[in-house]
Design a protein around this ligand. Sequence first.
Ligand code: AMP
Length: 277
Amino acid sequence: MKILRTRSELRSHREGLAPGVRLGLVPTMGALHEGHLSLVRQAALECDQVWATIFVNPLQFGANEDLSRYPRPFERDVALLESVDCDVLFAPEASEVYHPDSSTRVIESHVSQPLCGSVRPGHFEGVTTVVLKLLNLVQPSDAYFGQKDAQQCAVIERMVRDLDVPVRLHRGATIREASGLAMSSRNVYLSEDERRVAPRLAAALDAMVIAFQQGQTGGRELEQLGRQQLEATPFEVQYLEIRDTLTLERVEKARKGATVFAAAFLGRTRLIDNRQF
Ligand code: AMP
């Protein structure tokens, strides 16, 4: 696997590829797990070349968030990417990505508003700005994002549509531990006790899906059920809402294909998860 650190290395490597090559991009912040690797594997099946990026994007972290303590096990990440036959890793420093006087941002102003958008102001602006930059730098034919971050998928899909970005987007399924806990780089923050409780978030969403399958379609009733499931746990729910998967509009009556989105704190660690009905 070729490791590239600078924009100019990236440009010249990209120019060396045959025109029309099917190139799949998997953007990540590193601290890789099976969720990331599943996206690389999916890209490898569908593309001639797979390029991953590892960049802990300062622009998408709020002032009181975990930018400085975000895990950065670089050597381990490199070995994992090599094990799944990734062709290129682009792992730049922030100073390489953003010009010191960079003053342009990409703002999606609808899908990015509720949920994570309302509790993490500026987060999605950081995401759309870096993702568009990566798409412009790498010029992939395909890019892969995880359903684990369902709102992020919807925001990026909207940006790509609205700005006519020439890339095919793919959503990879959420990869979970045997307990049901969605894999996340932030799971390393959990204490042993918290790890035992953490699968209850996915279980609460599962209970909502089961109730829906048994005939309950009332959005508020289903949300209430999900919250009740978490009441007896140390989870502090930040949001738990049923919304349209693509437009993120609030859904009064649950329907097949709608999504329940949840964010909850377990101690200091914030976990997100979602399920589609
Ligand atoms: P991150 O490194 O957290 O920014 O994630 C990089 C990409 O991996 C994003 O598209 C995420 O949605 C995706 N991802 C993260 N966790 C999972 C998971 N458990 N299953 C599938 N994809 C995931």
